[in-house]
Write a protein that binds this ligand. Structure first.
Ligand code: KIV
Length: 274
């Protein structure tokens, strides 16, 4: 009798070991079905708090709750087998203290089964990252444009376009690397700064709007599929699913109205013996 070996999932140390190697492929997913598709191609699936805007039509990620992240994290874990699943910590669930961060992260790991969490912030989060890592929580950091700080930043603007502003961004990246993060997302960062940071730190950088100089790339799935009404400059739309979905729904509506759907192949006839 042969027993099939279960598929081995990538881990945070596997991703950490990819520094300077084959680029890390990452995308967001919030559902089991999309996670299943991504799993065949991606090293990392991020259950991003962008779900607030993408799934719920919120104006920002700020209203997203830990319960929302856990629910979608569980769905993505059910849909995937191989990729490292990282769940975002939502605004308000980790910033107050390192203890609060640990309690929230522990819930995410226990209740979803995911392999790592992500927090936004550089130097200000370093102590918390070290506290989590020492207690067995793998942490992906996120610097540059940090959408949870949108009210303080004053808008979704690219960071580091003037070299005079580079210092704090470089210090943020160094701080999270030294604190023990296994990778760091660089969001909306000018190319020369992203290149410099990637060279400077010994953990993989995963860029979103931060150029091909990073050790990997991430995009929001719905943005690259053409489902989001507005996308930032750094998004490449690999397809345009909106019109295809619109056409399918229009065809369905027409066939329901004309009683062409359901057809004979879609109904249950009586059993042959009856
Ligand atoms: O929430 C999210 O989708 C993210 C990515 C944009 C990196 O944090």
């Amino acid at each position: 009798m042969s027993v099939q070996a279960p598929q081995k999932r990538l881990t945070a140390p596997d991703i950490r070991a990819r520094k300077g190697g084959e680029p890390i492929v990452a995308l967001t997913s919030y559902h089991a079905h999309t996670a299943r598709i991504l799993d065949q191609h991606c090293d990392v699936i991020l259950v991003g708090d962008s779900l607030g805007m993408v799934m719920h039509g919120m104006e920002s990620t700020l209203p997203v709750t830990l319960e929302m992240m856990i629910l979608q994290g569980r769905a993505v874990m059910r849909g995937s087998q191989r990729a490292l699943v990282v769940v975002d910590m939502p605004f308000g669930s980790y910033e107050a203290s390192k203890e609060q961060a640990f309690m929230s992260a522990a819930r995410v790991l226990k209740e979803t089964g995911c392999g790592a969490i992500k927090v936004e912030g550089g130097r200000r989060m370093a102590e918390t990252i070290a506290f989590l890592v020492e207690r067995g929580v793998p942490v992906m950091a996120h610097v540059g444009l940090t959408p949870q700080a949108i009210n303080a930043l004053g808008g979704f603007r690219a960071q580091g376009r003037d070299p005079a502003d580079w210092g704090p961004h470089e210090e943020d990246a160094r701080a999270v690397a030294q604190a023990g993060a296994f990778s760091v997302v660089l969001e909306a960062m000018a190319e020369p700064l992203a290149a410099r940071v990637t060279k400077d730190i010994d953990i993989p950088t995963i860029g979103i709007g931060a150029s091909a100089t990073c050790d990997g790339q991430i995009l929001v799935l719905e943005d690259m599929l053409g489902l989001s009404p507005r996308v930032p400059k750094f998004v490449k739309r690999y397809t345009d699913l909106g019109p295809s979905i619109g056409k399918a729904v229009a065809d369905y509506a027409r066939e329901v109205r004309s009683r062409a759907f359901p057809g004979p192949e879609h109904v249950y006839p009586l059993k042959k013996t009856v």
